[in-house]
Design a binder for this molecule. Sequence first.
Ligand SMILES: Cc1cc2nc3c(=O)[nH]c(=O)nc-3n(C[C@H](O)[C@H](O)[C@H](O)COP(=O)(O)O)c2cc1C
Length: 226
Amino acid sequence: MKIMHVDASAKRERSNSRALSRYFLERLREQGVDLEIDYLDVTIDTPPHVTEAFAIATYTAEHDRTPAMKATLAQSDALCKRLLAADAFVFAMPMYNWSMPSAFKAFIDSITRGGLTYQFDADGRVVGQFSRQKTLFITSRGADLRAGSPYAAMDALTPALKAAFGFLGVAEPTFVDAQPLQFADPEARTAALQRAHAELDAVASSWASVADSSDEDLTAFSGVTA
Ligand SMILES: Cc1cc2nc3c(=O)[nH]c(=O)nc-3n(C[C@H](O)[C@H](O)[C@H](O)COP(=O)(O)O)c2cc1C
């Protein structure tokens, strides 16, 4: 399984979301899934913010683009191709000010590209190109924004991710939200991490069973017997 793994926390060794994304990949390996990881740390290799040149080039039809426009889009083209080549996405990030880290937003702005990650069908409808990729979002939050908490209505992160990736064809993303990890007592933080680990264990088992059955399908299709 080829996974595009993206981390977005400003923290490094002390980051919860980074630790949780590593935990998930370890569980998948333990389940015997053969992993090929394409890793991107958007806090180091931050895609450029949208510039005027990008905004014009991206909405210019491909056959009308000048060499300068093509050069402007080259980095984004390459990133889109990396994502299109993946079978699955693991995106890990903290909540910053109720939404996503700006580096991850820059990533979304780079990978949302007409003609690449979304196309138009004959009726002019948008067809997102990530319908085959399994998608896991791991988010870490300082506060508890679960249903019933006073902060629940402040969650601008989940809907923003659903909208951006839904547009690109991700119909059923999985969310594992670790919360509360900062603005809570130590017991509540420990319980939040335990819940997140248990949820990640379940997602890893589910991905592993799908990986197993697609291996079987491929074997049957190619007529190869064990
Ligand atoms: C700049 C900044 C803004 C934050 N804003 C929020 C917020 O709006 N809501 C929240 O619940 N936690 C917020 N937090 C707390 C983090 O989401 C929390 O500590 C999370 O576990 C960090 O993930 P990490 O350990 O992977 O960096 C913020 C933290 C920072 C550094």
